[in-house]
Ligand binder design. Structure first.
Ligand code: URA
Length: 200
């Protein structure tokens, strides 16, 4: 599988580009936007999973390239990493109108693509950014947790992926740091946990 990672990821991109059955497809075409598939190292040990693209992301096709992205870059820099060390993606690959939260129909249409990305890249650590990716990943790997993100952020869970055991670390969404500086300090601490478990 290793030699084919680029090709397999490109196939996902092509399928999403043509995903006419998505309720977000028409809006993407009308607003001359792009889906956001993901970017970074196709051999990354760490995969970061956000929620859905915002306006800047949909305009450029790149994940986390607006205000939240600046925070994410700072947090990565704080643990001596940058975007090329990790793979960054979202559960929902097209922008929900007016930046509303993704709904369950959107999550079920786009999550099979995320599942494939996980199996292609085979990260040892999945760090979720925000409530929606946290819930999806904890459910997917049968990790018992109905606890709110305020209780589980920065904790380490284990899950069995098709390719081996993985660690799952729920993190707050970088946007929370935009509202309150105190949240940023919590995120800085949580990212230190990520650093402890990385092997690159
Ligand atoms: N918020 C997300 O969850 N993902 C992005 O790509 C940008 C903002």
């Amino acid at each position: 599988m290793d030699k084919n990672r680029d090709e397999l990821l490109k196939k996902i991109k092509d399928e999403i580009l043509d995903l006419k059955e998505s309720p977000l497809y028409e809006e993407r075409i009308n607003s001359k936007s792009f889906p956001v598939i993901g970017e970074g190292n196709h051999f990354a040990e760490i995969m970061l999973i956000g929620e859905a693209p915002g306006k800047n992301e949909a305009k450029t096709g790149r994940p986390f390239c607006g205000q939240s992205g600046k925070i994410l870059d700072e947090l990565l820099k704080g643990i001596s990493m940058d975007r090329k060390d990790v793979y960054i993606t979202n559960i929902v690959k097209d922008r929900p109108p007016s930046n509303r939260d993704p709904n369950s129909e959107e999550i079920s249409i786009y999550s099979p693509f995320l599942d494939r990305q996980i199996n292609i890249i085979q990260p040892k650590i999945i760090a979720t950014l925000g409530r929606y990716s946290m819930k999806y990943i904890l459910d997917k790997f049968w990790v018992e947790s109905s606890s709110p993100i305020s209780e589980v952020h920065g904790k380490i869970f284990e899950g069995e992926a098709e390719y081996g055991t993985i660690k799952i670390i729920p993190l707050y969404h970088p946007a929370v740091a935009l509202y309150n500086r105190k949240n940023l300090n919590t995120m800085i601490d949580d990212f230190k946990i990520l650093r402890k478990y990385r092997h690159i």
